[in-house]
Design a protein around this ligand. Sequence first.
Ligand code: ADP
Ligand code: MG
Length: 608
Amino acid sequence: MTDVIHLLPDSVANQIAAGEVVQRPASAVKELLENSIDAGADRIKLVIKDAGKTLIQVIDNGKGMTETDARMAFERHATSKIEKAEDIFTISTKGFRGEALASIAAVAQVELKSKQEEQELGTLIRIEGSKIVTQEYCNTSNGTGIEVKNLFFNIPARRNFLKSDHIELRHIIDEFERIALAHPGVHLSFINNGHELFDLPKAALRQRIVNVFGNKFNEKLVPVEEETPILKLSGFIGKPEFAKKTRGEQFFFANDRFIKNAYLHRAVCMAFEGLINHDYHPSYFLFLELDPAKIDVNIHPTKTEIKFEDEKAVHTIIRTSVKHALGQYNISPTLDFETDQRFAPTPPDPERVQRPGITVDTSFNPFDDNSSRSKKTSVYSESAESGERQSHRDWESVMNQLPDLDTEKDIQSELPVEEYFKPKDYQQIGNKYMVTLHKGSLMIIHQARAHERILYERLLETLKSQSIPSQQLLFPQNISFAPADYELLKPLLPILRETGFDIDEFGKNEVIVHGVPLILDTAELKVVLEKLLEDEKDHKALSSDDHKEKMALSMAISSAIKVGQSLSSQEMNKMVDELFACKEPSISPSGQVVIVNLSQEELDKSFN
Ligand code: ADP
Ligand code: MG
């Protein structure tokens, strides 16, 4: 018999390890930036070409490496940061596994120049697919510069797997922003394809946030500050009235390391409860400082998910501190429900929380001469384009005259459009589901998804049926974006023009909108653009090649009524009618279940 087990050569082992550490250019960027931070640098420059696929370069003024260390750095499990296993419990550096450089060097062509202050000459090393090809002395400044070229040059499958440049760039920007927020005391800059995306001088945290996300952030921030024996919490939360329909900026850092933790995220959301409408998202930049022994950063190779020894206590501290900060800031209800119903400012008396209605004005029809549309009709005032256009308009005007939807029963008999109005006895559960009996089954419909479906089909039909007419705005709107979002938006501009936006670049990180598609309510303009960007970030939108589908989807989702909206029985009736007139009533445009039918057999099973 022959033995079959053998040790893998280092180059192969490194390539395999690289699969975990370096998934995409952004992961290499993160590791290199973290190494520079660990080296004590206070000036770091990041240079990227072709979304990191051709070049990632990081130059720092940190402590540099000796000749031997520079060579050692590329060995697997070579680290200066820990010596024994216990050390990882007191770790204060970003890295400690000693895997990053070895992994990067296994899948790219790397050039390293490094010099320590007391050295006359620095070291230059070139390494390709784990093999050192050059090592010599060189002239270089104090600190370290690394160039990573042609990532995955030797693994075509991985290279082909990478997403389009602007998606990969987005990932890099995410990593850069996280490091920039965690280390406001470090001057960071970022050059992308020869063009400066960020230049962030040393600053206090608040100024750093503003430098990263744009000037408009300054007025939005409320400080959070709390010190307890378990942890110190500091940072900022966004004022409730600036909460957005899209997720936006949500950052947790534990000991200056960006982390994700759904449980702690919920703690923040709970503190905002009652202050913002539940489909809005608060922004936050929260820093936890705690004994490194009380957290375990070792559970995930890319180290964004960490475990806390006493998660419950951390949750409570965050929730109460954020609540406290919101209380201190003492928001007075300055927003007028009449003019903008989309925000729910802090009500003075929590008992009397008033959930603002959502004004969805998708009933607008370019071919409709009745331009004086009422915005204060029902939350579900649409279907003007449907076959029953005329009767529906009558219906709508009747609805407008109704003093209060709750009294509908008394008024029903007087309605002139009685035949249109055939209540099928819908009940609403949790302001979320519409329930009725249908052909002997119990039919349950998800209201938000149903509405998304209806809007989507209607929008798509309009978008596809013609070149989309654009409605010129009386006052062109300037909308500014965070630099990173703006980069993402730029390639979308031609698509937006195709779908009826008259939109142009305007100065730094700003667009000017002269006109919008006729079917779009201008009040929703910003929300639709933000939703579009959000979808780009989540890579959702790219699954569809069809720009019009993409637009219709973003618009439908951002303007559909949401879970939590109470509906009258007429509204439910009408919505269900329209749902069943759709081509695909049973799934939402983003692929979720809209209708569940429980037959008697299924009910029988539940009673077994
Ligand atoms: P880790 O960061 O987990 O120790 P890496 O592979 O990222 O592992 O780096 C290996 C070692 O190389 C580090 O421990 C550090 O000593 C050295 N090193 C890497 N990058 C730098 C840098 N920019 N400046 C100084 N030393 C560095
Ligand atoms: Mg490292």
